[in-house]
Every structure is written in C-alpha cells, then in structure tokens.
Design a protein. Structure first.
Length: 256
C-alpha cells in the first residue's frame, strides 16, 4: 500500500471480473478488465485507489505489478511483466493520473525477456525502472515525465547474472540501485550509484555466505543508503554513506 501527498492510498489486488471488449496498445482486454492476456505467473492485478476514509475512488487495470510509486503530482507509475497478443513476454511501464486515466505506456526492451522489479520517481517526476534482461545483465532505464526514454544502462558483473531489485532517487536526482546475484555458496548484493545522467559513480559489494535475497533499499535525507536483505533464519540491515562507504551492518536472527 502507498499513500500520496493527500493521504489517499493505492493498493494492488486481484483483478475483478468485468465483461468488456476492447484493446489498448496491442494488449487484449478480452473477457476480463485487464491490460494483458496473462502474465508469466498467471496473476492478474489491478490498482485500487481509496480516499482517507477507505472509500474506493477508482479501480483500474494493470499488468502483473512488481513496482508502484507516485510522482510529485500524485500521478501513479507502475511497472511489471506482461505477455502481448503474440504470446511474447514484455516489460511495461504505465503512468496514470490521480483519477486513474492512462497517460502513457512504454515497453522496456533489451535481452531475451526483460523484467522490471523496481520503480521510483525523482523530484522532476522522471520515472526510473530496474530489472534484468533474462540473459546476462541487470538493467536500469530513465524516462521523462512525458514518457520519453532519457537513457538506459546495462549492468554486467562477474559470476552469476545480476538482477536489479530496487531503486531510489535522492534530492539531486542521483540514483541508488541494488543488484542481487547468487553463486553457491555465496550471495552478493551490489549497491550502485548513478548520477542523473546515468553515469556510474560507484558500486559496492556485500557478500554473505548464504542464499540471501534483497528485500529493499531506502535513503534518508542525507542520501545515506540502507539495504535490507534476509532469508528464513536472519535479516541483515546495512548502511552506506552517500560516497559508498559502509557505516555499519546489523544481523537480526529469527526468533522461534
């Protein structure tokens, strides 16, 4: 669940069955009110917007959502996977205004089957998505508030293919992303900083002898970076400063 600046909430849930007949940008609405025929996990999603009294304002069709955020004007930006009318997997970014009207839709390209796993906006309402290309590289792409592709970068690291799972922007529109890769017995989280033009500023590895998975990345007001990861037995929280120097790490063990 997310809240916009007015306190209204947006939730992702199961697609309600509504009989319609239409097409949007080459994706069948078919027999249910959904953007796509199906997604790779056969999970169809919708976005429901509620006011501060939990009254539903609007419910709109969306792809298999893996990321959802607001921009500075309370527009809703979502990213995820879909299958088009030719049964080809695609990664889509969609922007809706606060009333739920589609503003634009863009397809992230590159690789065999690109995935989107995270999305954020910066202070200028640019939209940034991260994921991978399903072959060898992680990916990050920046779109303008109008949906124009500003730049796109691939991230290739030694060992297993990296997947970018999270991204955040600071007040100067620098971007901080986290990539995960696993090569038994170690999993490695790589924290990457790009400037607003997509130029790599630094990258840092955090390696742990276990199959840790990334949960999230966050920034504070000083652009310190916090990364949380974990598995069934423990969680790890790591803090980096804005220059990429590790400040501390904490492990929290599971309580039976």
């Amino acid at each position: 669940m997310l809240c916009d600046i007015s306190g209204e909430t947006v939730n992702i849930g199961t697609m309600p069955s509504v009989s319609v007949s239409n097409q949007i940008s080459g994706y069948n609405l078919e027999t249910t009110q959904q953007l796509i025929k199906t997604d790779i996990d056969s999970i169809n999603s919708h976005i429901t917007k509620c006011n501060t009294d939990s009254v539903i304002i609007s419910s709109l069709p969306i792809i298999n959502v893996s990321g959802l955020t607001f921009d500075a004007s309370s527009n809703i930006c979502a990213g995820g996977d879909a299958v088009n009318n030719s049964s080809v997997g695609v990664a889509l970014i969609r922007k809706f205004n606060s009333a739920g009207t589609l503003q634009w839709q863009r397809q992230l390209t590159g690789g065999t089957y690109p995935h989107i796993y995270g999305i954020c906006t910066d202070s200028s309402s640019n939209v940034i998505v991260v994921g991978d290309d399903y072959t060898s590289s992680g990916m990050i792409a920046k779109y303008s508030s109008a949906g124009s592709l500003t730049w796109q970068r691939k991230l290739t690291l030694s060992g297993a293919q990296p997947t970018l799972y999270g991204v955040k922007a600071d007040s100067s529109a620098n971007l901080y992303a986290i990539a995960y890769r696993y090569s038994s017995p170690n999993s490695t989280q790589t924290i990457i900083k790009y400037n607003s033009s997509g130029v790599l500023q630094w990258q840092r590895d955090y390696t742990y002898t276990n199959s840790e998975v990334v949960a999230d990345i966050a920034l504070d007001s000083s652009a310190n970076v916090y990364v949380v990861m974990g598995n069934a037995s423990a969680a790890i929280l790591v803090k980096y400063n804005t220059s990429g120097t590790i400040q501390w790490s904490r492990q929290i063990s599971a309580v039976s």
